[in-house]
Write a protein that binds this ligand. Structure first.
Ligand code: SF4
Length: 433
């Protein structure tokens, strides 16, 4: 009988792509492998604990609850391994709760673990090994909703060369940037289409898609399936010839839309606090160019940044999205999260030095949409959370930042009625009150 491996991750709408890449490795080694998304915030469950090895994929925010699960499993004699971003950046802490910790890419360490040939309790991944084609069949059989989803995830490259202050990359670069072989991506797509005819769009989960123009040229010649990808605005600024060429290649290869992070409209905060040097003008130029070529765009922003007047900073960011949309027709959608200062990052130190935060991330939430953990007043946190929850709607309303300002500083619950009267008075009749 084959040995068995159970891989656990926090449940999410997006399929657990990283674990499917690892499942390909363990199945290749002859292990029966099951991927199970769970809610670590729920009570511990006892089914499936007969597996020979139980692996956890951890990110900061679920780590505390997951440690409790690991402890219970080890008490009953299970062998526990852990990987993922939190384990990669805090391996010693994780080693107190698991039998083996994987730092970085998991393929080679997993092979060592399954064959019992590990040389230490903390194993570092091999960054040069090509990524295996993910094993999706078993997971889709157990979770048909993921199979039926029209949007599937893939990775065309790993890692990122930048060092934004709020990202673990500012602490240490564990994942160097590497593009995958285009032929491997085509094999993966073919397998995916055979498994799930429902697939209509690929979401490339890369941190920075299409950075390497030579790679993108080959990709554009061989790939034609519709996709959405994440990148940085520097690569889309039409002032640069390389960006104009990149956008043409993105279009040719089937890219229907792009996600880019604004993070904040305040250029000084963006540069000095977040470590991102792009200008606001670059967003206007790029969106104009993309709009004329029928791309969809999603923007991302973090609300509740460590600034003296965080609500005003957030309202300015909303205003920038509204103005971008008015002048260029984009973004199609504006996504907002609430900022969390992850331990060890540059901005975590900044927050501590400037009195915005004194925690060690025991309070880090499991999602990006919870109330701020910074030292703001409770009232400010409530208003910020309301703004984050409604940001995508407000960005679609003409002059939606004015509605937001009224709501944030008055009755936050009355968005529908505020919007109605705003549309009548300010937009339809053009009168001022
Ligand atoms: S671009 Fe994204 S992945 Fe790269 S350092 Fe910045 S936040 Fe991290």
């Amino acid at each position: 009988m084959n040995k068995s491996l159970l891989l656990l991750c926090q449940e999410a709408k997006v399929e657990p792509l990283g674990l499917m890449h690892l499942a390909a490795v363990s199945e290749d080694e002859g292990w029966d492998t099951t991927i199970k998304p769970v809610d670590f915030n729920e009570g511990f469950y006892s089914e499936d604990v007969a597996s020979d090895i139980i692996g956890f994929s951890l990110y900061t925010g679920i780590h505390k609850r997951a440690y409790q699960w690991m402890g219970r499993l080890r008490e009953i004699g299970r062998r526990v391994i852990v990987g993922g971003p939190h384990a990669s950046y805090f391996p010693k802490e994780c080693a107190e709760h698991a039998d083996v910790v994987v730092v970085g890419r998991g393929q080679e360490p997993l092979r060592q673990i399954l064959s019992g040939n590990m040389k230490s309790k903390i194993i570092c991944g091999n960054n040069t090994e090509p990524l295996s084609i993910p094993s999706r069949k078993g997971f889709y059989a157990n979770y048909p909703d993921y199979k039926a989803s029209p949007i599937k995830s893939m990775m065309a490259s790993l890692g990122c060369p930048y060092k934004c202050s709020y990202c673990y990359n500012s602490m240490k670069r564990i994942f160097p940037h590497r593009s995958r072989d285009v032929g491997d991506l085509l094999v993966e797509l073919e397998q995916l289409e055979n498994l799930s005819q429902e697939t209509q769009l690929i979401y490339f989960q890369d941190d920075v898609f299409g950075m390497d123009l030579t790679w993108l040229q080959e990709f554009a010649e061989r790939w034609s399936f519709p996709y959405h990808a994440q990148t940085r605005i520097e690569f889309l600024d039409p002032q640069k010839e390389s960006a104009r060429k990149r956008i043409a290649l993105l279009k040719k290869s089937g890219c229907t839309g792009l996600t880019v992070a604004i993070e904040t409209a305040n250029e000084t905060v963006r540069k000095d606090v977040l470590g991102r040097t792009m200008t606001n003008e670059a967003f206007f130029r790029a969106f104009d160019w993309l709009s004329m070529r029928n791309f969809k765009v999603r923007t991302e922003q973090m609300l509740g940044l460590p600034t003296p007047d965080p609500l005003e900073t957030d309202l300015d960011t909303l205003k920038m999205n509204v103005e971008l949309r008015r002048e260029t027709g984009l973004p199609t959608m504006a996504w907002a999260s609430v900022f969390v200062p992850y331990k060890g990052t540059e901005i975590w130190r900044y927050c501590k030095e400037h009195g915005y935060y004194n925690g060690e991330n025991d309070d880090a939430p499991a999602s990006f949409f919870e109330k701020s953990v910074l030292n703001f007043s409770d009232d400010c946190k409530d208003r910020m959370k309301w703004l984050a929850d409604n940001f995508h709607l407000l960005a679609l309303i003409p002059n939606g930042h004015k509605v937001a300002r009224q709501a944030v500083y008055n009755d936050m619950k009355d968005l529908a009625s505020l919007t109605k009267y705003h549309l009548y008075d300010s937009e339809l009749y053009g009168v001022k009150k």
